[in-house]
Design a binder for this molecule. Sequence first.
Ligand code: ZN
Length: 410
Amino acid sequence: MISVIEGCLSCGCTQLQEIMSFGETALADRLMTAAQVNEPEPKAPLDLMFCPECALVQIHHTVDPEVLFCNNYPYYSSVSPSLMRHFRASAEDIMRSRQLGPDSLVVEAASNDGYMLKPFLEAGIQVLGIDPADGPAAAAVKSGVRTLNTFFSLELARTLADSEHVAADVFLANNVLAHVPDLNNFVEGIRTLLKPDGVAVLECPYLLDLIAHNEFDTIYHQHLCYFSATALDRLFRCHGLFLNDVARVAIHGGSLRLFVGRTEQVGSSVREMLADEREAGVGTFAYYADFAGKVRRLRERLTAMLADLKAQGHRIVGYGAAAKANTLMAYCGIGPAQLDYLVDLNPNKQGLFYSGNHLPIHPPSRLAADPPDYLLILAWNFASEIMQQQSAFRAAGGKFIVPVPEPVIL
Ligand code: ZN
């Protein structure tokens, strides 16, 4: 079920260096029912590694996808209005800049419920979605988005190219690259499906934002890789693809939107980003050792803060049963000794128990019925929204703890 990754996921180098270990953690997004709490729970080491050859940052263990992704609340992208706006704007940009028409084809890997393909479809452009999740893929088909219910791979790309003559003017993949166990297979698949003058537009969280904002809790088993432009540029070149343009986008704690083609037309955005990364030390181990030190200091401060509040007799509740809370709570040793319970807005998570520490998850209305003194905002990326929603809690004397990038009480 758990295997050690033998070599670098990009270049195969076997001399990976350990940046830091978060210890053995439960698997994120694997919430339990009351009956499952008493069953043995899968755990796996969470170690962050650096490849001195190609600078790719990655974790050292993989967990079988059927164990890793077996949650009972399938994720539908269309549920988040801010994500919808973000990707619709991106689709409109692509349609404008690529002058797509009825003969053009847009292919998307991990297309979920078809949320990003819909704007293309509405404009009369042909689309093909590919997604392994049954529920979202079925929802996409129902709304008219042609979707193959499977994983994207080189083998699938070859089949589509050979037997159906599929050739993409635009290939999309948002927040999927970090999840892919065989990166080289995936990237070769992109090259196989892309027309010679086509463009692949990919989004992935940006490693330098993760480090700058101390977002260590976005490191968990589902995310195998953490990308810099330096590592991506090298990966694409190995497959006859070129990172020609790049933009930073403020989503998922800071992401990159990559424009990749089969001919080399490297723009100033890429040249500047590569130069900035070189200057920051992205290719050196020292850069990551410094990050590991910051993460350890955060843990010391947060655990001391919580211990202090408990010693004063305060009650604390955690807000947000998202995947990232798993790493933060496991690494900082947060469980029933610190938190009374968790709350989450997602009704599919309410009534379940969190991975590892088995804290019960309630709807936010519980905060009024059973009020704590402090609310630890585990979903810190929504901290301002949560504090606004919980203005009654504050008015009644409640306080908020935001743990990242540095623990503060507000
Ligand atoms: Zn490597």
